[in-house]
Design a protein around this ligand. Sequence first.
Ligand SMILES: [Zn+2]
Length: 393
Amino acid sequence: MIGTRPAGQHTVRQHNAALVLGAIADGPGTSRAGLSAATGLTKATVSSVVDRLLGADLVAEGEPERRVGPGRRGTVVSLSPTGPHGLGIEIGVDYLASCLVDLTGTVRAEEVRYADNRTPRVFQRVSAFLRKARKQAEALGVPVAGVGVAVPGVVESSSGLVRLAPNLGWRDVDLADRLGETFTVANEANFAALAELWHGSALPDFVHVSGEIGIGAGIVLDRALFEGVRGAGGEIGHLPVAPDGPPCSCGANGCLERMAGQEEILRLAGAETVDDLISALESGSEAAVVAVATAAGHLGVGLSTVVNLMDVPAVVLGGTYARLEPWLREPLLAELERRVPSTAWSPVRLVRSSLGTRAAVRGAAGAVIRAVLADPEHYLTTHWPSDQDARGR
Ligand SMILES: [Zn+2]
């Protein structure tokens, strides 16, 4: 990323700030001497960087837990609990969710509001919801470093434009323009996969799939999200699993989403809601068990394509699929075993996500924090333009 140009003063500062803050994030409660050892920077450089981070409340000083040996008692530094927070907003088809996280990724406030968002009034609604979330941050006395917005659609990574969100009826929607603010916009399934990477099962390579009204998936390879060339990659909801099957909302036929999405499972099971479906499954209803097994078969066909193509060793079930996991597991694994040759020596790991239905909004908030941690210098210069004043402390 730094390229082949000689490193300028700013690049060095940027690099050192990221290095020191990263070491503090990895080892909270470390002394300046410890940070110097961890980063390979001189103590003087570490001290100068830490002072700047202290000035912007990115880190906070505390007393060491115990004194080791005689001599000067050094203070230790950790990420500041009152420092910049990330705000996540999720625009679901039938709800809005918000989530405020601190620098460690801990959730400080969250809110869900149920309403059908398939209306032109959705933008006013999001705007009001966003204001309310900002007020929550204000009440906690913490600054918001940025806002991540999760949407159920295809987002162009270069422009942040929502190219298509069929379940909301959106095409080429510029949220920044509509709401008069800059955001980090991404597909909800991608944010959910990132939340799983940061706070979930700690696997480095997996495909995260969650089934609600649509089927969202995010592929993580070597701890990084695979987005494809333009940001539309990993959209497995429209993989054909029954090419001559019933029409899908996208215009094609027999897509995975159409064959194994929540609405199709409920229809096959004759259930109104997911709660009803779970009760039916628990009481052993054959229609419910068959409906889930049928969906699991289609899901296995779709996922086998992903596993065969990408050689990804694990599947994480999120959202509604996490709740259905006890009934999905066996038929899904059987289908994968049948269709993925490598399972003969290396079975696909099937994991149930522990993050529940709020993974996407948590990922949206976390993305803001990750950006601050990856480039604190950018945060310092944009949010603390006068941080020169803080350097003398
Ligand atoms: Zn489709």
